[in-house]
Design a protein around this ligand. Structure first.
Ligand SMILES: [Zn+2]
Length: 281
């Protein structure tokens, strides 16, 4: 009898032990699931809060948005090669050196309401010259400034092209789209922003050389001749002191326009050639 009782007792204990183990297992599983749930909820809350904060900070700066319309417009005439929407180009080897070539670095802005609205530029009647008004600033930095406007939203500004201190040319808006550069002439002009070393706004020879070539190329591509109506300053549109040096030195401005006309005269065939522009990305 004693033995039987012991056997029964042992069985009961074993059953109890199994039940305890089972309960612990289930508890563990529930705890793990709860932990996963908790982590998910916390992640969602953090994500939600960060989005909210983001929206608030954007909303705050939006209030200070001002329409300067300073950057230059681009045209949508069908210009082979240059009116590329999303830079898919291509290019070859070489540098911008050589008098009958000009290298264009394609670095299009992201479409956004502050610097690249994506509106079509349906006709081009002039090229507008601007200066960046940021002494020592590079073409890349000015391009970044335009790009960052989509985040900072502090103003509306952009340009089709930016010519740098080394004569490098960055294109950041296709010529078939308008840029925010030249106020009421955004709709029928292409804009070129030009970098300068100091407060005087004077352009160095490398910058001037690329400005001349780019302006010449644009005029030829749009079938325009070089004159006072087709090569203009931002100043001629709105009276703004831009480009400063060319507003304060009419003789230098005239010299620049003459250099464009002269360059077209001497390089007409080269300017029409498919390979005049060399594209880089
Ligand atoms: Zn300007």
């Amino acid at each position: 009898m004693m033995d039987e009782e012991e056997v029964i007792l042992k069985k009961k204990r074993r059953k109890k032990r199994r039940r305890r183990i089972l309960i612990r297992l289930v508890t563990c599983v529930i705890l793990i699931l709860a932990l996963i749930g908790l982590i998910t909820v916390i992640s969602l809350i953090v994500y939600g809060v960060s989005r909210l904060v983001n929206r608030f900070s954007q909303g705050g700066s939006q209030a200070s948005v001002v329409e300067t319309g300073d950057p230059a417009p681009v045209s949508d005439i069908d210009i082979p090669n240059v009116t590329i929407d999303d830079p898919v180009v291509v290019s070859s080897d070489s540098s911008s050196s050589g008098d009958q070539h000009l290298t264009i670095n394609l670095q299009m802005l992201t479409k956004n309401p502050y610097s690249r609205p994506g509106k079509p530029l349906n006709s081009v009647n002039a090229v507008v010259i601007h200066y960046t008004a940021s002494p020592g600033g590079t073409a890349a930095q000015n391009r970044e400034y335009f790009e960052d406007l989509r985040i900072h939203k502090t103003t509306k500004a952009s340009s089709h092209f930016i010519v740098g201190l080394e004569g490098e040319v960055v294109q950041c808006i296709p010529t078939r789209e308008i840029a925010y550069a030249s106020n009421q002439r955004n709709d029928d002009t292409v804009a070129i922003e030009c970098c300068h070393k100091d407060e005087s706004g004077k352009f160095n020879s490398a910058t001037l050389d690329s400005m001349k070539k780019l302006t010449a190329w644009l005029l030829v591509r749009y079938g325009l001749s070089a004159n006072d109506e087709t090569i203009i300053r931002h100043y001629d549109v709105s009276g703004k002191l831009c480009p400063k040096y060319f507003v304060e030195h009419e003789d230098e401005w005239k010299k620049f326009k003459d250099s464009v006309a002269d360059y077209i005269e001497k390089n007409k065939e080269a300017l029409k050639a498919e390979d005049y522009l060399i594209f880089k990305q």
